[in-house]
Design a protein around this ligand. Structure first.
Ligand code: IPE
Ligand code: IPE
Ligand code: MG
Length: 243
C-alpha cells in the first residue's frame, strides 16, 4: 500500500539523494566524523526499503564526490574502506530484494583497485535485477561527467556539428538512466555540490534539515509528497488537469 498522502499514480520514476551531514551528526554527539559515515548506512538501507515500498524504479545516491579527495587523508581512507565493506556486507541483501546496483563516477582516477573490484562484484551479482536500480555516485562529479562525455565523443571522431544534447547524453556514465524527477538534499545545505549537473536540469529540488544519518523512509515519503505538489512545466505552459 502506498504511504498516506502519496498519489500512487504519480510516483517519481527516479529519486536522487545527496547524503549530507554525516560529519555534523557525529560532531554533535562528540564522536569522530567517521562515526557519522558509519551511521549513514542505516539511513541508506531504510531509504532503499522506502523507495522499494513506493515503487520508485531508480534511486541514486551521492556517496563520494570528485572534491571529497580534498578531505583529510584519514577520512578519505575511511570512506574508501567503508564503501568497500558496505558493498561486501550488503550486496546479498540488496540482491535478494531485487535491487540492481550500479555506479556512476570516474573509475580510472584515484579509486583503489580493491574498491573497484567490490564495485564490479556487486554490479555483476545484481545485473539481472529489475525491481529497482540503485546507482551509487562514487568518485562522481557532474563537471567531470560532462568532460568525460565530451572526451568520449571526440575520441570517436564526432564532428562539431554532430555534437547535440542527444548525443552527449549517450556518452554520460549511465545513458539509460532517466533524469531524476526529484533530488533531495539533506543537512540544511541549499546547493547541488556538483551532483548530476546535466541530468537535473528539470528536477524538482527538495531540501531538508535532517542530517543524513537520521534520514529514514518517512523523510523520503515527505519529499515525494512535496514533489507531488509541484507543478512541473519543463519550460512549457501549465498543463492544468494533468497536474
Ligand atoms: C556526507 O557527509 C558524506 C560525504 C560527503 C562522503 P559529510 O561528511 O559531508 O558531513 P558534513 O557535511 O561535514 O556534516
Ligand atoms: C556532497 O556533500 C557530496 C556527497 C554527499 C558525497 P559535501 O559535503 O561534499 O558538499 P559540500 O562541501 O557541503 O558542498
Ligand atoms: Mg557535507
Amino acid at each position: 500500500m502506498t504511504p498516506d498522502g502519496i498519489d500512487p499514480e504519480r510516483i517519481p520514476v527516479h529519486v536522487a539523494c545527496v547524503m549530507d551531514g554525516n560529519g555534523r551528526w557525529a560532531e554533535r554527539r562528540g564522536l569522530p566524523r567517521t562515526d557519522g559515515h558509519a551511521a549513514g548506512e542505516q539511513a541508506l538501507l531504510d531509504t532503499v526499503d522506502g523507495a522499494l515500498e513506493l515503487g520508485t524504479q531508480w534511486l541514486t545516491v551521492y556517496a563520494f564526490s570528485t572534491e571529497n579527495w580534498r578531505r583529510p587523508a584519514d577520512e578519505v581512507r575511511y570512506l574508501m574502506g567503508f564503501n568497500e565493506s558496505l558493498l561486501m556486507r550488503r550486496r546479498d541483501e540488496l540482491h535478494a530484494k531485487g535491487v540492481r546496483v550500479r555506479f556512476i563516477g570516474r573509475r580510472d582516477w584515484r579509486v583503489p583497485r580493491r574498491v573497484l573490484r567490490r564495485m564490479d562484484e556487486a554490479v555483476e551479482l545484481t545485473r539481472g535485477n529489475r525491481r529497482m536500480t540503485l546507482t551509487l555516485a562514487f568518485n562522481y562529479g557532474g563537471r567531470a561527467e560532462i568532460i568525460d562525455a565530451v572526451r568520449s565523443m571526440l575520441a570517436e571522431g564526432t564532428s562539431p556539428d554532430k555534437i547535440t544534447e542527444k548525443r552527449l547524453r549517450k556518452h554520460l556514465y549511465a545513458p539509460d538512466m532517466p533524469d531524476p524527477d526529484v533530488v533531495v538534499r539533506t543537512s540544511g545545505e541549499y546547493r547541488i555540490s556538483n551532483f548530476l549537473l546535466w541530468e537535473l536540469a528539470y528536477s524538482e529540488l527538495v531540501f531538508t534539515d535532517v542530517l543524513w544519518p537520521d534520514f529514514r523512509r518517512e523523510h523520503l515519503f515527505e519529499a515525494v509528497r512535496e514533489f507531488q505538489h509541484r507543478d512541473r512545466r519543463f519550460g512549457g505552459v501549465q498543463a492544468r488537469g494533468t497536474a
